[in-house]
Design a protein. Structure first.
Length: 67
């Protein structure tokens, strides 16, 4: 993954966490994944949609096997 895309994935992940904090929602793997899915549905920019999909894959790959 190139550096710009990696940065964008990190930004997207941060935006999702901040959105959860602002909504005072419980932060968990499930709520983070749900938030990323919601972000993807509303995103028109293909590059950002790709970054959101990669962020979601990263969350699922890193955290779901721990269950």
């Amino acid at each position: 993954m190139n550096t710009d895309l990696t940065r964008l994935v990190d930004v997207i992940m941060g935006e999702a966490v901040v959105a959860l904090l602002r909504s005072e929602d419980h932060i968990s793997v499930d709520t983070l994944a749900m938030r990323l899915r919601a972000m993807s549905e509303g995103e028109k920019n293909p590059e950002k949609r790709n970054a959101i999909a990669l962020a979601l894959c990263e969350v699922q790959r890193e955290f779901l096997p721990l269950r």
